[in-house]
Design a protein around this ligand. Sequence first.
Ligand SMILES: Cc1ncc(COP(=O)(O)O)c(C=O)c1O
Length: 406
Amino acid sequence: MNEKVVLKLIRAEERRQAGVINLIASENYVSRAVRAASGSIFTNKYSEGYPGKRYYAGNEIVDEVERLAQERALKLFGLNPKKWGVNVQALSGVPANVFVYSALVKNGDLMAAQALDQGGHLSHGSPVSLTSRFWKWVHYGVSKETETLDYDGITALLEKEFPKLIVAGFSSYPRRLDFKRFRTIADACGAYLMADIAHVAGLVAARAYPSPFPYADVVTMTTHKTLRGPRGALIFFKKELEEKINKAVFPGGQGGPHNHQTAAIAVALAEAKSPAFKKYARQTVANARVLAQELQKKRWRIVSGGTDNHLMLVDVSREGLSGKDAEKLLESAGIIVNRNAIPFDARPPYNPSGIRIGTPAVTTRGMKGGDMKRIAEWLDGVLRRALEPAVVKAEIRRFIKKFPLP
Ligand SMILES: Cc1ncc(COP(=O)(O)O)c(C=O)c1O
């Protein structure tokens, strides 16, 4: 590449990514093959429409790529193509969710989702998201005692409110979801059940986390988190919803699909079908468990007492820190996390009481349980100011050389 300014920035970002311990729960490192497809010549092509029904000529190869991505997506999640379809064009997770809402729920009608400050996502009806401009929302949450979803409370709330669609899904909830229970609640309300498995898609694909497919009407997911693909999204739907949802994506919400991303998604889906990926997903969960246990041994309070997926929330407020302080302190030591609200947080969202820690990225680099113990030592030492951030940063730079980026 000849454009020197951007090339310099790319190299700098490469060095940054290589030199830190990345514990952002929603990030990962894609393979070279995914990067090659994402940077491919497919970026040149306009192809509004769907395979076989395009509004532009010259799409015979794009059609093949899109059909391949669809086939691989259905196969990966073990779905019967007579019963399920998938749209691979939504550009990212938020638009994917908005398209589903607009396909299935009238403006002004009520939907339900997990509260943002108890693990949900902005696109699940947060007041700052356009999803709250067009639809009304009722939010459910966790029990104060266990910090896990209170299904009896959710049942009582939603059977009173009668939402038209229920979202089951999260950005910062460390436990399994009971999709069967959500189905029962949806049936009692006569509501659609939409699972948003953006975070755990790769774990579900590898059977390392419960699958929503036996219970949901629609499943949305991003492709760039645990699924380890390029930035993008997939919308799976029961066949009878196909026309509504496809129309909501194009022409309802988007124009031309990003074919280079579709190609890269197709690559990632093939990779996710491999035995190596299965092993990766299991290791991601095992690593999260070890890290949570090690932090607990060092007297850190882990929200809900642990994790059974790829992420955990640490309540740093009990140690006199805010989430923002903790995030900054760790960044100065070469450890990247994000601040996050904890359930019933007394602090504001911009500077909450917790940090979210995830293991998908470090597991891709090949780290295992012993490495999690080492990371727990650094986290604890830096946050308690027993270790000098600059010293830890230098140690991490040496340590991380054993774990090259793909
Ligand atoms: C549950 C959930 N849904 C949707 C999204 C949105 O994805 P994107 O950032 O690709 O729009 C996220 C991203 O963090 C998420 O966690």
